[in-house]
Write a protein that binds this ligand. Structure first.
Ligand code: NAD
Length: 355
């Protein structure tokens, strides 16, 4: 089969980790007889430098001509200060999610067996959960305001809104994924305080009746944060709104060892889906051959599984990563003190060799 993939390498370590992921895709292509064509797309800080806008005109259209999008990371201190949205890299991230209709963000957090000792938790090392984060609604997309008051100085507000339709479509994704995994779904909200959460819970309870085979529970977000470090093994699929998902998925990532290991998928009802590591552009290590490329390489495995329905190819990548880790190879972020670390290029090469 032939596949056309949009590459948004972005800023900082983005081009380095995407570079290794592309070489892995080519190795899979050779092994399984697929052909991958790549389309480079400028987005983020590098686009601000080149054309004055983080999200150049036509970005979404170019992506829509492809079967899937692979993103490195965008942003960095160089572009962090502008108040002009066109000159902020994050604007591009929010825009592309909206324009491609990517309302569901799937973030697996699984402790790779070879790295059990990197897990900071003492007891529960049986971690294999998937956070399903709503990605195009809630407070990140609500109306923003800033105004002067007569007696309280300046005031700012961010509106948090969710519609029944938005909750239902992400809720269904949660139930469907739970069916494919351990048949357990935790829905995280703050229904004791937020009206959006009370609507969220009402819709989720209605859906739960349609999925009697899935064991369902409501968890308040503060409790969820606590349970994730107390006993993460209790969770299978966790579905939640945009901001809670943003925060909880970073927490979940750290209990599995390193942010450099975790992939993510953002999908909607139509192609293309967007696949990216959960980490950012890591400006502190950019250009030094220190970045761990595994999160981006595992994002390609998610692309194969969810966009192309190629489970054997996805499994081959995951097995290659585990084989390299089992042999004791580590990048600096996952090496124990005193252990020798390999660089980005070498880690990519080792994984390709296993394929
Ligand atoms: P970050 O994820 O870039 O870095 C946090 C820490 O983790 C740093 O110490 C970094 O060196 C380390 N790290 C991250 N990825 C790594 C990897 N693959 N291998 C080894 N170490 C790794 O988060 P940050 O420092 O908060 O943000 C830096 C920039 O990235 C900011 O401009 C931010 O806006 C942007 N960002 C972009 C995205 C995205 O493009 N989706 C996501 C998060 C942050």
């Amino acid at each position: 089969m032939n596949y056309k993939i949009a590459l948004i390498k972005g800023d900082g370590i983005g081009p380095e980790v995407v570079g290794e992921a592309v070489k892995v895709m080519d190795a899979i292509g050779e092994k399984f007889g697929h052909k991958f064509e790549y389309v480079d797309i400028l987005m983020g800080g590098c686009a601000i430098d080149a054309v004055g806008k983080s999200y150049p005109e036509g970005t979404a259209e170019k992506c829509k001509e492809c079967d899937a999008v692979l993103l490195g990371a965008v942003g960095g201190p160089k572009w962090g200060h502008s108040t002009d949205p066109d000159k902020r890299p994050e604007t591009a991230l929010l825009s592309i999610r909206k324009d491609l209709g990517l309302y569901a963000n799937l973030r697996p957090a699984a402790l790779r067996p070879a790295l059990a000792e990197s897990c900071p938790l003492k007891n529960d090392k049986n971690i294999d959960l998937m956070i399903v984060r709503e990605l195009t609604g809630g407070v990140y997309f609500g109306k923003k305001d800033r105004y002067q008051t007569e007696d309280r100085g300046e005031e700012a507000s961010d509106l948090m809104a969710y519609s029944e339709k938005e909750i239902e479509r992400i809720g269904r994704r949660g139930f469907e994924l739970a069916r494919l995994r351990g048949k357990k779904l935790a829905s995280v909200d703050k229904a004791n305080v937020l009206e959006t959460s009370r609507l969220w819970r009402q819709v989720m309870h209605r859906l739960a009746e349609e999925y009697p085979d899935v064991q369902y529970e409501d968890v308040l977000v503060d409790n969820a944060a606590m349970q994730l470090v107390r006993a993460p093994g209790q969770f299978d699929v966790v579905v939640t709104e945009n901001m809670f998902g943003d925060i909880l998925s970073d927490e979940a990532s750290m209990i599995t060892g390193s942010i450099g290991l975790l992939p993510s998928a953002s999908i909607g009802d139509t192609a293309p889906g967007l696949y990216e590591p959960i980490h950012g552009s890591a400006p502190d290590i950019a250009g030094q051959d220190k970045a761990n490329p595994i999160a981006t390489i595992l994002s390609v495995a998610m692309m194969f599984r969810y966009s192309f329905d190629l489970p054997a190819e996805a499994q081959a990548i995951e097995d290659a990563v585990d084989a390299v880790l089992n042999e004791g190879w580590r990048t600096a972020d996952i090496a124990k003190p005193g252990e020798t670390a390999v660089g980005t290029l070498k880690m990519g090469e080792l994984i390709r060799e296993k394929l």
